[in-house]
Structure formats: C-alpha cells, structure tokens
Design a protein around this ligand. Sequence first.
Ligand code: Q46
Ligand code: ZN
Ligand code: ZN
Length: 300
Amino acid sequence: MKCSYCEKESIIFIRRTGKHYCEDHFNQFLLGRVKKYLGKHRIKNKRIMVAVSGGKDSTVMLHVLWQLSEKYNLEIIPFYLDLGIKEYSKPCGKSVREISEMLDLDLIEVSLLDFAGFTIDDVAKKEKKPCRVCGVVKRYIMNRIAFENNFDFVATGHTMIDEAAFAIHNLYSGNIDQFFRTYEITRTEKKRKLVGRIKPLYYLMETETLTYALINRISYCDLECPYAEGHPIQKQKEILLEGEYKFPGFIYNILRSLNKIRKKVPLESSVQVRFCKICGYPTTGDVCNFCKVKMKYSKR
Ligand code: Q46
Ligand code: ZN
Ligand code: ZN
C-alpha cells in the first residue's frame, strides 16, 4: 500500500484519520499532533521538567520535545524517580540515563528511598496494591523538585487513551471532583507552590508512540510494573479500545465531549489555600498526603 501523501510505501494506516503514512509522513503527523498541543496552550519560551519513567510513551515524549525545543524555545530537563521496585526500577533507570545521554540532556534523578526513607516495594509488603501511595509520592516529588528548581511546567507522557480511561474511571467511581480537576493542562500557581502540568501526547494513541519509537530506533524499557496488573484503568482502556475498533475516532470524540462538560462547570474557587504543617507544601488538611505516607512507611 502507498502512503496517502507520497509515492513511498506505507508503514501504518491510522483508522481515525483514514490515511496511510510512510515513515517521513508518519513522523510529520506525530510531531504535528504535539505541535497542535503546544500551540493550543501557547507553550513557548518555557523551562520544562520532563518526567520520564523509561517506558515507551514518556521516552517518546522526551525525544519529541527535544526535537521541537529549538522551534518553541523550550529548555528540556529529563527527570527520573527511582521508586525502588525490584527488577523494574533499575532497567527503567538505565533506559532513562541512556536516552538523556544520547540527547545530551542533563538528567535530574531522585531515589524515593533517599527522599522519603522507603520504597514502593516496602509499601507492597503492607498493602495489597501500592498504586495509591505510588501516585501520592510521584505527584508530590515531581511538583516539589520542579518548584524548587524553578520550572514552568512538568510534562508527563499521558496519551489520549490514558486520559479518556482516567476520566471514565473517575465518572464510574464517583470521583467527580477529580474528574473536573483533570484536564489537558494545569497552570502554575506560584503562591500555592504548584507547578503546572502539561501532557504533550494528549492527541496521540499508544500505537502511534510505539510506531514512532520503532521507526526512530528509540530504545525504551519494555517492562511493565509488577503492580500494574488488574489496575482499574486497564479495564477502562480495554473498553475504550473496543469502541475505537468499532467506531474509529471513538476515544477522541469521548474525550472532546468530556472536556466540553468540564468547561461548562466552573471550578470551585472557594477551596482555601493551606500548607502542610510539616513540609510547607499545599494540602487540604493540616498535614499533606505525602507526609502522612512518609510517617507510615519511612524506615528512618
Ligand atoms: S502506580 Fe502502580 Fe504504576 Fe506505581 S506501583 Fe507501578 S503500577 S508504577 S503507573
Ligand atoms: Zn509519504
Ligand atoms: Zn507535607
């Protein structure tokens, strides 16, 4: 089959666009989706801390942002958090170091054990699923390191299906506040010590990031976290993929409609700004969730 834009052989057919792409035109398509995101949110002349787990999506995000960094005048610094998960964290860390070196970028590396005195494996010994605690520590540490180092944004490698699955999971579970708070971008609020989040892969599917990694020979860590199995988000993804198979464009349309709903409901601005008694970072109570889990699990 020929590419829909030139005479070369096609390497991928994207059902939601109805087009065939050769390697060059696929690269253009993928970069175009990221440019669309950066343009829509006017992300230019910024210092961005890029959270890289070593997996496919975040590694591709780092590579794409690096490619676009000159055009958008972005200062790109990769960030890796070693969660201390046996047989997973070490190879992932190695991948992040390799890509950072290849792109000649200085890497910020933090170990959860050094930062908080425990690992996710320690949590897993006490809790059936460590994911909730893992989410708390990742969010906190990313924000704190980015705030202390004066970054404008933290970039994460969430794709379209991650976002749609998360939104549907929140609706399904009744987490309405969380549903309304999660959007394509969150802005930096210096007074509240909050660094904004961006998701440059928001308009892309995982098959597309995989294709980009393959044709650009980007090596990444192919392991899955041992605690990922049975995560509710995985189930939501399966349902969405089934929909996408039957109706190309299904996931994008769902996400677009959910975003329209979000925009119609103004966010409550009455939430009082409070700071944790222990660490001084934002919280809704007296002590933030990170300090609570640290008190519970730290071996120090
Ligand atoms: S939350 Fe859970 Fe992930 Fe943390 S413990 Fe592994 S699966 S890494 S995105
Ligand atoms: Zn082509
Ligand atoms: Zn705290």
